[in-house]
Design a protein around this ligand. Structure first.
Ligand code: FMN
Length: 387
């Protein structure tokens, strides 16, 4: 059993144990991947203030996200095809999150369905919605999420059209994979993945197949998804969906002050400052750089979460100290899942939690809810002067 001390350790195992097509799907950004790289490297530019002679006993990372108690202010981000990284991946990740005491978000494009995840968990999870052209499908999936007891709707607003990721096109990404000679050769070295996949029935898009009109096989599924993301999605649609849902609403993919103001105006409970992990608009600024101006503009009106680039508890601490109330992680937990299944997701959460706890102590803080900019050393030009 390898000794795991960082998310990078899990990433290496993920690469070794998962078919190339799915590892690449996770570990890529759009076009030149500049934004994907910036998301991580911009965290490194921020340094920490070492403080001493502060009583470090009775530390706590417990907090609340949209009013829900959490062990630390972090949620698992919605990740499509999670059940292809490891058999029944969404159920495994949701169970790990539940046991750890943080929210899990199920993607519309998941392999396990809303009902599958609800059946295998006890606490409510969050459901992420992509708005599709087929209104009946959207109404129906909102009802399914309500019936499953989901405690928040995470509406993703930065993917009306798919950013191009070269690796997915070159690998011919599909779920399940098409058995071409290179895929067969790759699978021969990923036997554990294959055996587990053969033991589950969940190998296609569980929220779509059997629920969307005319989608009952792989061919109809791929043409349906290609046509379905609704490019007309606008703030009016957001208002209508808010009404239909009627519960806590989190708007995901906000990266601009004007959009953050609109999100606050429509009455979102929280926003996620995010560039989709660098998978959509390549050339956009990193989330952590955009955070301060968004906090300044709407921090008193709406709860602010951040994702994109978080690979450690130190990154998490920096985001919180810069004004986010919580963070989401995507790849960090997918690396855990691909490496070691449910235990790997738990490991990813433990690694981040430990890093957060020790770092806050060495920064002279005992309570995650008291973080502020005073803990950090931020270069004067960090946000940049962009005209
Ligand atoms: C493989 C992969 C699939 C994703 N699928 C979705 C999705 O289905 N819905 C969504 O809103 N975001 C999706 N995202 C974006 C994540 O929710 C999140 O914004 C991003 O992963 C955060 O960046 P990080 O991976 O650097 O933590 C996906 C991200 C990855 C890496």
């Amino acid at each position: 059993m390898p000794v795991i001390t960082t998310i990078d350790d899990l990433k290496r195992l993920h690469k070794r144990r998962t078919p190339k097509m799915f590892y690449d799907y996770c570990e890529s950004g759009s076009w030149t991947e500049q934004t994907f790289r910036d998301n991580e490297s911009d965290f490194d530019k921020i340094r920490l203030r070492q403080r001493i002679a502060v009583d470090m006993t009775n530390r706590t990372t417990a907090s609340k996200l949209i009013g829900q108690d959490v062990t630390m202010p972090l949620a698992l981000a919605p990740v499509g095809l999670t059940g292809m990284q490891r058999a029944d991946g969404e159920i495994k990740a949701a169970r790990a999150a539940e046991k750890f005491g943080v929210p899990f978000t199920l993607s519309t494009m998941s392999i396990c369905s809303i009902e599958d995840v609800a059946e295998h968990t006890e606490k409510p999870f969050w459901f992420q919605l992509y708005v599709m052209r087929d209104e009946e499908y959207v109404d129906n999936i909102i009802e399914r999420a309500k019936r499953a007891g989901c405690s928040a709707l995470v509406l993703t607003l930065d993917l009306q059209i798919l950013g191009q990721r070269h690796k997915d096109l070159k690998n011919g990404l599909t779920a399940p994979p098409k058995m071409t000679p290179p895929v067969i050769a790759d699978l021969a070295t990923k036997w554990r993945w294959g055996i587990e996949m053969l033991q589950t029935k969940r190998r296609s898009f569980g929220n779509i197949v059997g629920h969307a009109k005319g989608v009952d096989n792989m061919n109809s599924l791929s043409s349906w998804t290609a046509e379905q993301f609704d490019p007309r999605l606008d703030w009016n649609t957001v208002r209508k969906l808010k009404e239909k849902w009627g519960g806590k609403l989190i708007l995901k993919g906000i990266l601009d002050v004007d959009d953050a103001k609109m999100a606050a105006e429509v009455g979102a409970d929280a926003i996620i400052v995010s560039n989709h992990g660098g998978r959509q608009l390549d050339g956009a600024l990193s989330s952590i750089r955009m955070l301060p101006s968004i906090v300044q503009a709407v921090g008193d009106k709406v709860e602010i979460h951040l994702d994109s680039g978080i690979r450690s508890g130190q990154d998490m601490l920096k985001a919180l100290a810069m004004g986010a109330k919580g963070v989401m992680i995507g790849r960090a937990y997918i690396h855990g899942l691909g490496a070691m299944g449910e235990a790997g997701v738990t490991k990813a959460l433990e690694v981040i939690h430990r890093e957060l706890d020790i770092t806050m102590a060495l920064c002279g803080r005992r309570d995650v809810n008291t973080f502020d900019r005073d803990m950090l050393l931020v270069p004067e030009d960090f946000e940049g002067r962009w005209a």
